[in-house]
Unconditional design. Structure first.
Ligand code: TMP
Length: 210
């Protein structure tokens, strides 16, 4: 029996994470129970914090305040959903996790990355997914896609194109610095091709554990 793992999906707006999470969850059911979840959010209480973050005026909070809200939500999510399900031997697929904070608040909003890492250690004990997919898309294409989805969670989408380009660059930098844990995928290709690339990586992990 293969031990289920914690896998996260990261990327800019409109990169197709949620579609790929659903497809992977379906394929993984052969290998155990699977739960899909997201950040910010994933619990009733963390979804309340999500609402504060993803709606409203784009400059309403500093990056540090956002970081604190994100870690409050993350702690609730880890305690109530992520760890209990991993402990029950379930696969946990999460739409965004801590790399989004490093990228959006750290690189995007200039929060000291050392502060984020300290908080991560203190609050999550550095809980880290065993694999993170980063779906890379040109923000000009991604933003169009996500706005088309009649999305009302537009606070980050309202940020400038140069902000979103910074986010893209930071995700790529992180992926290239640690190719063992991060897989960078060109998200500007058809859904099935991306699905197969992801499956190939996950099966490599599964096989390595056999
Ligand atoms: P989503 O649109 O992918 O569901 O993500 C919601 C927004 O939250 C997205 O625009 C990025 C933002 N976000 C951060 O800024 N920092 C974080 O740590 C997380 C998890 C999300």
């Amino acid at each position: 029996m293969i031990k289920p793992q914690f896998i996260s999906f990261e990327g800019g707006e409109g990169s197709g994470k949620s579609t790929q999470i659903k497809l992977l969850a379906k394929r993984l059911t052969k290998y155990g129970d699977v739960i899909t979840t997201r950040e910010p959010g994933g619990t009733i209480e963390a979804e309340i914090i999500r609402n504060l973050l993803v709606r409203g005026e784009k400059n309403k909070w500093s990056g540090v305040v956002e970081t604190l809200l994100l870690y409050a939500a993350r702690k609730d999510h880890i305690d109530k959903v992520i760890l209990p399900n991993l402990n029950k031997n379930k696969w946990v697929l999460c739409d965004r996790f801590k790399e989004s904070t490093i990228v959006y608040q750290g690189y995007g909003k200039n929060v000291d990355i050392k502060l984020i890492k300290k908080l991560d250690k203190l609050i999550t004990d550095n809980l880290t997914p065993s694999l993170t997919f980063i779906l890379d898309i040109d923000p000009k294409i991604g933003l169009k896609r996500s706005i088309r989805k009649a999305n009302t969670e537009t606070r980050y989408e309202k940020m400038s194109l140069s902000f979103h380009n910074k986010i893209r660059k930071a995700f790529k930098k992180i992926a290239n610095a640690n190719k063992r844990n991060f897989k960078l995928i060109n998200a500007n290709q058809d859904i099935d091709s991306i699905k197969d690339i992801i499956w190939n990586e996950v099966t490599k992990k599964i096989d390595a554990k056999k």
